[in-house]
Design a binder for this molecule. Sequence first.
Ligand code: B12
Length: 323
Amino acid sequence: MINSEQIKNLAYSCGFDLCGIVSPDDIPEAQEQFETWLSKGYHGEMSYMAKEPERRSSPRQLMQGVRSIIMLGLNYYQPDSKELPSGYGIVSKYARGKDYHKVIAKKTKKLILEIERTSDGTKETGFRWYVDYGPMLERSYAAKAGLGYIGKNSLLINKDFGSWIFLSEILTTLELEPDNPYGIDHGQCGRCTMCIVSCPTSAILENGVIDSTKCISYLTIEKKGDISADLAAKMKQRLFGCDICQDVCPKNKAAQFTVHQEFVGGGVGEYLDPAIVERIQTREEFLALTAGTPLTRPKLDGLKRNAHIAATNARASKEKPVS
Ligand code: B12
């Protein structure tokens, strides 16, 4: 029978930077916070978040016979260049290369094959994996698996990689020894409120509670239709996603450049000329620029809207670099 230690070694050999094991028990306090978040409408137009909310902290409803969850993390940090080219829009770090869903899917499938191969004779073993889109409160389970702690910006923060990590998970029928969530000291935010005070739209309401309807990440990626003039002005030149609450975080000072080249190359890169996006007419032209990257998410209309806002804000600020 395969054990937790072997699973972790296989995960690292498949390219994951973090791996922890957690039991598939419900996390009632996370569920409660999540339902409060929904009841206040902080999910905005993300109606999929409100679909069967009780499943998100109840893995046994997601897979029959699940006995363990293998939580995984992948570092995507890459430093910014010093200067924003005049008039350009900024793409957040997670989206500069290939779509992480695809990158993680490939590594996860390989890991499952390796686990099957190693745990000889467990043909009956079941696996179900998710990355991001799955109905799981990923950060709560990652924290319980010892991958980090949940910071005031609501992100999972790891002592070695800071918050620049993607999360994913494999639910399995394998019985594995869970990790001790307090086994590794990842530190805490303490009295620091840098993320809260630096958010231009005041989207971080209190420790770990994000009002998505104000979050620049939500506005540029998930929201459909117009963005109010007030919020649009605060987006400055952010064309896709936002990293401010991570850039200012002292826990991210020691971040390590990702070894996963997929997140660095093969995408649109750090800056995008809004004029290029605004000129796009057809779906083919849109896909020529964005296929295989996270930028397909807001569709052509959303990306054009963002480009227009970034260009307008660049002109308004006399093309000064954004802070
Ligand atoms: C919806 C969503 C968003 C929304 C809402 C954000 C939010 N904070 O909820 C929007 C579009 C705004 C968004 C933005 C971003 N997102 Co997002 N998003 C998600 C998604 C799909 C669901 C999150 C969710 O359930 N939110 C609802 C709230 C209430 O849940 P929660 O924040 O997890 O809160 C729970 C915990 O914090 C917990 N809790 C709070 N305090 C404590 C303390 C302890 C001790 C414990 C145990 C639990 C706990 O209780 C809460 C209720 O359950 C997840 C993937 C997933 N399936 O989980 C990715 C995810 C959270 N996003 C991710 C990323 C990378 C981003 C961006 C950085 C992208 C960008 N650069 O633009 C920004 C960051 C903005 C921010 N500060 O949150 C990563 C975060 C990785 C990490 N290191 O934490 C995730 C995990 C995707 C992934 N698979 O890697 N996102």
